[in-house]
Write a protein that binds this ligand. Sequence first.
Ligand SMILES: [Zn+2]
Length: 151
Amino acid sequence: MSDYDPEAEIEKLGIPVEYLPLHDVLAAWDADRRKVYCAIGLSQTQTRCSLGHELAHIELGHHRCSYGTAPVLSTLSQERAAELWAARKLISVVEVTIAKESGLPTNTIAHALGVTERMYRARLLAEKDDESRWLGNLGADSVTAGRVRST
Ligand SMILES: [Zn+2]
């Protein structure tokens, strides 16, 4: 498990994390009040992942999130972006590579990495995104290189 601590990162931004008995959501970001709310009674892993997700919304400039509820259609892309951002921060490239090569079940890997299974799946998705972007750039470069050669 990496020692990346989302709660400390949020507090570094001068934003307080308030623990409340929340219903149906694990955590929430309220940009108007500049406050993050987190449910009481979550496991350490759930807290870490929920706060990582809320930190992502803050860093990405999103206005609001209630983590844990079914997202409404207009916020789906923001929710996906936040989840992938958090997953990249919580699980390093090296960790995800070792995890994938281990062949261990998802729940065992997630537990070892100190993240929820949902967050680990998001990290795999982020990895796929990064790969296809890299391959895309590679394609664009070779096209450019071809043009340069032909002139
Ligand atoms: Zn969210």
